[in-house]
Design a protein around this ligand. Structure first.
Ligand SMILES: Cc1cc2nc3c(=O)[nH]c(=O)nc-3n(C[C@H](O)[C@H](O)[C@H](O)COP(=O)(O)OP(=O)(O)OC[C@H]3O[C@@H](n4cnc5c(N)ncnc54)[C@H](O)[C@@H]3O)c2cc1C
Length: 555
């Protein structure tokens, strides 16, 4: 029997309060004001714009490096430098190739890694600030609400149902049970970030996939407070090489922030061959390199987090418009993977979406045909130019680091074309090699423990992510065929979920002579790696009760 739900009607509904969603909301409000100033009748009032965000507060789920290219922010908020929380301008940058013991500085910093004119920021703080601007405009911003299920209508959508609150782990209502809301809107914008659970469902149902499937990397980051004099404020270093094998796409960074804070992290393409590769362990090893160690040693870990990055670029972009809706930012694969920058592209896409929405509402037509103006606007803007120049970048690394660099060189001199254009790719989980083929087996896996000072095990790191979930709720990591885990997956791949999950959510336990999967869902940092990297594609990440998840304060 269908549950009775409170129904709310908006003109525009935005799911996700990241840079893309908030830029869309704020730019819509700016357009409303600009039209009012010209005495044109309003097609929209700001209280009819709703934004829903699953984090406990705006910014709680924001994790990024983060170096901000201010181009789009300057278009959205022209005087942003007066009030935005910009930690520090970049004062110098360098790129290094690491071997286990040495760091070789490249004689010149490759152009994509040059950051003159950019800022190092905490995305958590920047997004909180943007959220404040959005709320000042009278837009309704609801935190602690997750969009759980889209309301489908013919060839499109007309809103979302938020998650039911107060359901116990067996699916039974608790005393505080509240059914989710039915939020209806003329236009719904999916701004869920990488591997959005709603966007994934929608892309499959409406067959929106682009030329290539979406592919991802996983970024793991720690924020440190270090001893004085260890790194210059505003200094940016990027690394290639150790501890990553050369058949794998991976690199590291270390950025000097104000107040002796340091952002340190690694990113790895989720398309490696070895199913036992452990991105968290690789990150911990990275910190033991003399180049990184000398900066961190004697300092203290402040925060930890992990999140996926959409690496596919232009050729992985799904169709971004459909009846009653649009997809923006990371959810639409609009990140420049060569520069590892997606904040400015997310903001720009949100703004272009706002312009298309405003025009559609003015014309009283929110069909796919009318909303396709969004895609045209992308194609006519600098967003296309920037992404087009790197359209084959990530695919070029499929054969490993060295062939990737050769491809990158040819692409650089040919405006992105390179040796093959367009370059095909496939979903990363298809690249795993079976253990039998690698001559490996997993009898009793040993897990990285860390020294508790410079390096840490997963649970210590999860503790530093501020993650919190009500444990008495249905598991939000839905394994569609649990028998596969204890049987086929053990033999074929050695249960990679235990290794790729950076939050110790997945554990294989032996009970009564059988091996079974135990899911510690309360640890989940919402990175979505499991949904992406599971070899059988049987793990489905769905949003838990709103307000749960990490708290990336200052990250
Ligand atoms: C480790 C790492 C380092 C990076 N470094 C840089 C960098 O230095 N510079 C740079 O420019 N970019 C960087 N990026 C990329 C950048 O952070 C993203 O491109 C950018 O944040 C994308 O913005 P977005 O709004 O599309 O998505 P997100 O920032 O992911 O925001 C999406 C929001 O939607 C919410 N949400 C998701 N699903 C739902 C739902 N169903 N219901 C309600 N809410 C939902 C999430 O909680 C989140 O708050 C980095 C990314 C990572 C992971």
């Amino acid at each position: 029997m269908a549950m009775e739900r409170e129904r709310l009607e908006a003109e525009v509904l935005i799911i996700g309060a990241g840079p893309a969603g908030l830029a869309c909301a704020l730019h819509l409000a700016n357009l409303v004001e600009q039209h009012a100033a010209r005495n044109q009748s309003a097609v929209l009032s700001t209280e009819n714009i709703y934004v829903v965000e699953k984090g406990r507060e705006v910014g709680a789920h924001q994790l990024s490096g983060a170096i901000l290219d201010p181009r789009a922010l300057g278009e959205l908020v022209p005087d942003f430098e007066k009030s935005a929380p910009l930690d520090t301008p970049v004062t110098g940058d360098a790129a290094y190739y690491l071997t286990q013991r040495s760091a070789y500085k490249l004689p010149i910093t490759p152009p994509p890694l040059r950051n003159h004119g950019n800022y190092i920021v905490s995305l958590n703080k920047l997004v909180k600030w943007l959220g404040g601007l959005v709320e000042k405009k009278g837009i309704n911003l609801f935190t602690q609400f997750a969009g759980r299920e889209l309301i489908y209508e013919k060839d499109g959508i007309s809103g979302v149902i938020t998650e039911d609150k107060g359901v116990d782990k067996n699916g039974k209502p608790k005393d505080n049970f509240t059914p989710g809301y039915e939020l209806r809107a003329k236009v719904t914008v999916l701004a869920e970030g990488p591997r959005g659970s709603l966007a994934k469902d929608l892309t499959a149902r409406l067959k929106l996939d682009g030329f290539n499937p979406q592919v991802y990397g996983i970024g793991i980051k720690e924020l440190w407070e270090v001893e004085a004099g260890r790194i210059e404020t505003g200094y940016v270093a990027h690394t290639l090489g150790w501890p990553f094998p050369s058949d794998l796409y991976g690199g590291g960074w270390i950025y000097g922030l104000r107040d002796r804070r340091v952002s340190v992290g690694t990113v790895v393409g989720l398309e490696y061959k070895n199913p036992l590769f452990d991105p968290h362990e690789a990150f911990q090893k990275f910190k033991t390199h003399p180049f990184v160690r000398r900066i961190l040693e004697g300092g203290r870990l402040v925060r930890y987090g992990a999140k996926t990055v959409p690496y596919g670029g232009w050729y992985s972009m799904p169709r971004t418009y459909f009846d009653g809706g649009l997809i923006v930012g990371d959810s639409a694969s609009l990140l420049n993977s060569q520069r590892l920058k997606g904040i400015h592209t997310a903001i720009k896409s949100g703004m272009l979406a706002a312009e298309a929405i405003y025009e559609a509402l003015s014309a009283g037509d929110t069909s796919a045909r009318k909303l396709s103006a969004y895609q045209q606007k992308i194609e006519q803007s600098w967003l296309k130019k920037e992404l087009w120049e790197v359209r084959n970048f990530h695919q070029g690394f499929h054969g490993g680091l060295w062939t990737g660099l050769v491809h990158a060189g040819f692409q650089f001199i040919s405006g992105g074309r390179g040796l093959v254009d367009p370059m095909r790719t496939r979903a990363g989980y298809q690249d795993y090699e079976k253990l039998s083929g690698r001559g490996e087996s997993v009898e009793s896996p040993t897990r990285f423990k860390g020294d508790g000072q410079l390096t840490f095990d997963r649970l210590t790191d999860v503790y530093h992510s501020g993650t919190r979930h009500d444990e008495d709720q249905p598991c939000h990591l839905v394994v569609l065929e649990p028998n596969v885990c204890g049987d086929r997956c053990v033999r074929e791949y050695g249960n990679p979920c235990q290794y790729f999950c950076p939050a110790a959510v997945y554990e294989m336990v032996r009970e009564k002579g059988e091996t079974r999967l135990k899911i510690n869902a309360a640890n989940c940092v919402h990175c979505k790696t499991c949904d992406i990297a599971d070899p059988y594609q049987i793990i489905q990440w769905v949003p838990p009760e709103g307000g749960g998840g990490p708290n990336y304060e200052g990250m």
